[in-house]
Design a protein around this ligand. Structure first.
Ligand SMILES: [Zn+2]
Length: 595
């Protein structure tokens, strides 16, 4: 395939005027080294969108989107990568050269295809094992009791993992796959003794596929009570990012496109039961809360997402984040609370259950109104302290909505229910609004100049202190690459969030210029552009790097201490406590040096 040469791509990026391109969608004004304006991707009245004309990147500190000029055109004009490049080349008079593909890229693609085949083969094996083995008899019974017919189970490729420790390991190797490959796709794992064994045993297996129907990983449901976790998923691999995938999206996409709506449920079997009952636009999250990435996956397909979830299990912070992503993409997020003690699969198994479910979905309420309602319903309005607590909880929800008419409605409702003046409620909402300085100090995450409108600490109240710390450290790894390399080598998943971990891996692989070729992943791209921009104009020092690292390391130790305590491993806990004391001492010393 003839590709646009990397030199041409560079020339397009260098020649295209990113400020001019972005200005067609929002007014930008200069502020220091950057250009700032209202974000063209989400609704806001205070600018949190900025363009770095020198690095040629854009990033929104409100909703987290980011990228280079090509990415901007892709997103805003709805174009594919090559089309966006052609459009910019045309506009800025760049002659595009094309070339044969890099043989290494071809080799990588082939390796990926090989691993995809490994996953497909394994899925086929699990499926035949479910239908043909004696061992899977109980699993077949369980699925039948849930009312799931063979047709839908076969369509979704549901299978069964044998109880043996090495069935997949042995079969895979016999078919010519290496242990590394089997481990790379998460099918086998290494035991304490160093040997490898099958990750999934005695479990009903649900292949998790992407939109195009490729199997990327599995969810496994335990069949015995003594098996530990009821559900086990494929661990995060190069292929499998749980937070981006939606179970059943390959089978649901046609129905979703037709209905311009997706119904999001919590369980694999809920998706199967709904599909069987004719609610084919159902997909499931693998965890309790929908993520911004999952909302982004659906955007482009839908105008509305209805969450049919157990209300209490929905993580508040994650919901707020999803809400922001949805608002940025002009999508509605609504919630249909399931009746207590009932899940969608149970509901549709009953006579006229599918009708009841559809009615429930039709009556779903806006996510914000739902969250506010939950808080108000749980508040004893007779108690001033309770009313104050309720106000504290609803304020960030209302703040995340942006300045809209539906927010004004909700503010009035809250005021009425809590018997307060609307202006007083509004005051709390404004105080909880990111750019007006929320509960978190707006000190720059890099410990330097404080710029409330630009620092992510101010722009995203849902960032935890750990996330701010990891961002600060990663940005400094870019600013000071020599020291950065050392820290990047030391950072593990015990220090970083999943996205932070992926960003760190990206920086390790692209140490020279992390934003010159952006990753094919919106969330990662957003974070990488943010880090490069922060690195470009925030001060970095060895001392503040060390301090941020130590603080992240302290968190690691706290976790290990808690884990040792749970195992009743007092010796280890004592050793860790000593390690913590030494670390706290070092943190105090470093802080003195830094200030
Ligand atoms: Zn934005």
């Amino acid at each position: 395939m003839a590709l646009i040469s990397p030199e041409s791509l560079d020339r397009v990026k260098q020649t295209a005027d990113i400020v001019e391109v972005v200005s067609a969608h929002t007014d930008l004004r200069r502020q220091g080294a950057r250009w700032v304006g209202l974000c063209p991707f989400h609704e806001e009245r205070t600018p949190s969108f900025s363009v770095d004309a020198q690095e040629k990147l854009y990033h929104c500190f409100g909703c987290g989107v980011g990228g280079d000029v090509i990415k901007f055109v892709e997103e805003k004009d709805g174009l594919g990568f090559a089309e966006a490049v052609e459009l910019l080349a045309d506009r800025y008079g760049v002659e595009l050269e094309r070339e044969q593909e890099d043989p290494r890229a071809e080799a990588r693609r082939q390796q990926r295809r090989r691993l995809e085949q490994l996953l497909e083969r394994t899925a086929a094996f699990y499926s035949s094992y479910l239908w043909e083995s004696k061992e899977a008899g109980k699993a077949r019974e369980y699925l039948a009791e849930r009312g799931l017919g063979e047709e839908v189970l076969r369509e979704f490729g549901v299978g069964y993992a044998p109880s043996a420790w090495d069935k997949i390991l042995v079969r895979g190797q016999r078919a010519g796959f290496s242990v590394e490959e089997l481990r790379g796709v998460g099918l086998v794992q290494r035991g304490r003794g160093g040997g490898e064994y099958d990750r999934f045993r005695s479990r009903i297996m649900f292949p998790i596929r992407d939109r195009r129907g490729r199997t990327l990983g599995f969810g496994g449901r335990a069949m015995r009570a003594d098996q530990g976790a009821k559900y086990v998923n494929t661990a995060e691999t190069d292929f499998f990012h749980k937070s981006q995938l939606l179970y059943g999206v390959d089978k649901a996409k046609a129905a979703i496109a037709k209905a311009t709506r997706a119904v999001v449920v919590e369980g694999y079997t809920d998706v199967l039961a709904l599909h069987q009952a004719g609610v084919e636009e159902a997909v499931a999250v693998m965890g309790t809360a929908i993520t911004g990435e999952q909302v982004a996956t659906l955007s482009g397909m839908v105008e509305e997402v209805v969450l049919a979830l157990d209300a209490d299990s929905a993580g508040q912070e994650a919901m707020l984040r999803a809400q922001r992503v949805a608002a940025g993409r002009k999508m509605r997020l609504r919630v249909a609370a399931m009746p207590p003690g009932e899940d969608p699969a149970e509901m549709v198994a009953e006579p006229e259950g599918a009708e009841r479910f559809r009615t429930l979905i039709a009556g779903a309420v806006e996510l914000n109104a739902f969250q506010v309602g939950l808080v108000l319903d749980g508040t004893d309005v007779a108690s001033p302290a309770e009313r104050d607590r309720a106000l504290g909880e609803v304020a960030p929800v209302l703040a995340a909505m942006g300045e809209t008419a539906s927010r004004d409605d909700l503010v009035r409702q809250v005021a009425e229910r809590l018997d307060l003046e609307p202006a007083m409620v509004m005051g709390r909402v404004v105080a909880a609004t990111p750019t007006s300085g929320g509960p978190e100090p707006t000190r720059s995450p890099l410990g330097g100049r404080s710029d409330a409108s630009l620092s992510p600490a101010a722009g995203r109240p849902e960032l935890t202190s750990r996330e701010r710390r990891e961002r600060a450290l990663l940005a400094m790894c870019i600013a000071l690459p020599a020291e950065g390399g050392e820290y990047l080598a030391r950072l593990t998943d015990a220090h970083l969030s999943p996205t932070g971990l992926r960003a760190a891996a990206w920086l390790r692989e692209n140490p020279e210029d992390p934003a010159s070729n952006l990753p094919h992943d919106d969330e990662l791209t957003g974070l990488v552009t943010e880090l490069v921009m922060l690195a470009h104009d925030e001060p970095a020092s060895k001392e503040s790097m060390e301090l941020n690292f130590l603080l992240l390391d302290q968190r690691r130790i706290e976790h290990e201490i808690a884990a040792a305590g749970e195992r009743d491993d007092y010796e280890r806990r004592a050793a860790l406590s000593r390690e913590r004391a030494a670390l706290v001492e070092r943190i105090a010393r470093t802080q003195r040096v830094e200030s």
